[in-house]
Design a protein around this ligand. Structure first.
Ligand SMILES: NC(=O)c1ccc[n+]([C@@H]2O[C@H](COP(=O)([O-])OP(=O)(O)OC[C@H]3O[C@@H](n4cnc5c(N)ncnc54)[C@H](OP(=O)(O)O)[C@@H]3O)[C@@H](O)[C@H]2O)c1
Length: 249
């Protein structure tokens, strides 16, 4: 065999496998959407399995999603996962990220820089639903950053490359627990993100948890329903929420 035949063949192989990789990357969001649309339940990793992570993650388990709840002390999640049944597992934050096709982030906002330092690389390319709120008394200086730049931009700064969607931040976990899956009209959950497919996947997960998603806009628009903004704390229907924020009905 001539030397350049072998070189050509290996170049072709590289091109084909490179093409397959590009194709797979291009198809992934469509696959995620197709999966969500087909009723196949996406795997969800929860970071921060406290009041909000435990509540929303629990609603997803009840809807048939496999959920890995994480903690820096996973042994403390035994009661939570036992109570939810076989679709619920407990693990470390790294395990939750590896497990989840989608990650639900529900930690005190002051933990964001550390989550970014330790996990931003693993979260690159993942759909991440972020429920955090910045509370100055609890979270410190990062609350000023959020006030200045908006919460969407701030979360994205700490998690570059994550396909971020803001969701489930506006109401208390007790209201989510009480109102989930109520008869129509369901409780509105505002969401916002820059990645159109991630927003669609998030909307599907909001529905699966038993609520009505309202897409407010891009990540920058998440400031319209961040803590202290007009869209925050609204326990209303989608039609009422849209009216409140002058969104297209
Ligand atoms: N509570 C609500 O009703 C509600 C509603 C909407 C939005 N939010 C927002 O959601 C976030 C969580 O609130 P929460 O009330 O659910 O808090 P929480 O009950 O205190 O739970 C937070 C969980 O985050 C974990 N955590 C803390 N620091 C972490 C870190 N550096 N890395 C990984 N995990 C960490 C803790 O688990 P380990 O210590 O076991 O690791 C803890 O279980 C906050 O930003 C809050 O503003 C809360």
């Amino acid at each position: 065999m001539r030397k350049h035949d072998a070189t050509d063949r290996s170049r072709r192989t590289l091109l084909v496998s490179g093409g397959a990789l590009i194709l797979a990357a291009a198809l992934w969001p469509a696959n995620a959407l197709a999966q969500a649309a087909s009723g196949t339940k996406m795997r969800i990793g929860v970071i921060g399995s406290g009041r909000i992570g435990g509540t929303i993650g629990g609603l997803w388990v009840k809807a048939g999603h496999p959920v890995l709840f994480s903690s820096r002390h996973p042994e403390q999640l035994k009661d939570l996962v036992t109570g939810l049944g076989t679709l619920a597992k407990a693990g470390t934050v790294d395990e939750a990220i590896a497990f989840g096709e989608v990650v639900f982030l529900a930690v005190p906002y002051g933990a964001m820089p550390q989550i970014g330092r330790d996990h931003a690389t693993a979260l690159k390319g993942k759909i991440v639903l972020d429920a955090g709120n910045a509370v100055a008394a609890r979270d410190g200086a990062i609350a000023e950053e959020v006030e200045r730049d908006g919460i969407g931009a701030t979360s994205q700064k700490y998690l570059p490359g994550a396909r971020l969607v803001r969701a489930f931040n506006t109401l208390s976990y007790a209201i989510f627990a009480r109102e989930a899956n109520r008869p129509d009209p369901k409780l509105a959950i505002p969401i916002a993100g820059d990645d159109a497919e991630a927003v669609q996947v998030a909307a599907g997960l909001v529905r699966n948890a038993g609520f009505d998603p309202v897409v407010v806009g891009k990540l920058a628009d998440a400031k319209r329903f961040q803590r202290g903004a007009p869209g925050y704390g609204q326990a209303v229907t989608a039609a009422e929420f849209k009216q409140k924020l002058s969104l297209t009905p």
